[in-house]
Design a protein around this ligand. Structure first.
Ligand SMILES: *Cc1c(COP(=O)(O)O)cnc(C)c1O
Length: 220
């Protein structure tokens, strides 16, 4: 077992304990282990330790390591957590199981078309730019509910929840709360929020998916 595998087990335990303390129902929180920039030989011991849910932010980088790992471990669920260009839709649909970063009509249409062509069915989150930051991906909070409805009714995507990356140097709590409120308005039950520095706080705000990289693999 490598250091990353040991830290994975510790983070998984902390997530489970926090989830038990927060949700009366004790519904589990999914730990998405973010393996970007790390190679297959560092990732594999984490898989061997039991992890089956991983996140990558670049399609091309993911293609360099995940096809072999997914063949060897057939029950892995791979999440795309970085923004997607429509010319990468074909590759993304081939490799990923969940895309957390749907945020514009063009990409929603491109993905839907590819799923039909390949006969693969992915699941999705809509990314929300909760801080309305000009440089950041995601739909604006005011547009989120309408965009979710459009993705479901006009394109037929299975939108499971909302995802956000709060502004880097702000208290994330209000952003987590906003994401939860918008998900409620959109009728969605899943919330992908919280990273290495704030995943326990995100669970207090109702996160169902936390995305943790450096707390497991070390700094990038
Ligand atoms: C890299 C990344 C993470 C993980 O960040 P850490 O701080 O290393 O845990 C989570 N979400 C997204 C969208 C990322 O790009």
């Amino acid at each position: 077992m490598n250091d990353a595998a040991k830290r994975y087990l510790a983070v998984e335990k902390a997530v489970a304990e926090k989830a038990k303390g927060c949700t009366g129902s004790g519904s589990p929180v999914r730990l998405v282990v973010v393996s970007k920039t790390f190679s297959a030989d560092v990732i594999e011991p984490v898989i061997e330790a039991g992890c089956r849910t991983f996140g990558e932010n670049r399609v091309q980088e993911a293609q360099s390591k995940w096809p072999d790992l997914k063949q060897k471990y057939s029950d892995i669920e791979l999440h795309l957590i970085g923004s997607l260009q429509s010319n990468k839709a074909e590759d993304a649909v081939e490799l990923f199981d969940v895309v957390q970063t749907i945020d514009r009509e063009k990409i929603a249409r491109a993905i839907a078309k590819e799923m039909e062509r390949q006969g693969r069915l992915l699941k999705f989150f809509v990314q929300v730019n909760t801080g309305s930051e000009p440089q950041k991906a995601g739909v604006l909070p005011d547009d989120a509910v309408e965009f979710v409805n459009w993705c479901q009714s006009d394109v037929g995507l299975i939108i499971e929840g909302l995802m956000a990356i709060p502004p880097f140097n702000e208290n994330p709590g209000p952003h987590f709360a906003l994401l939860r409120k918008l998900a409620g308005e959109a009728g969605l039950s899943k919330l992908s929020m919280g990273m290495s520095g704030d995943y326990l706080e995100a669970i207090e705000f109702g996160a169902t998916h936390v995305r943790v990289g450096s707390a497991i693999f070390g700094s990038r």
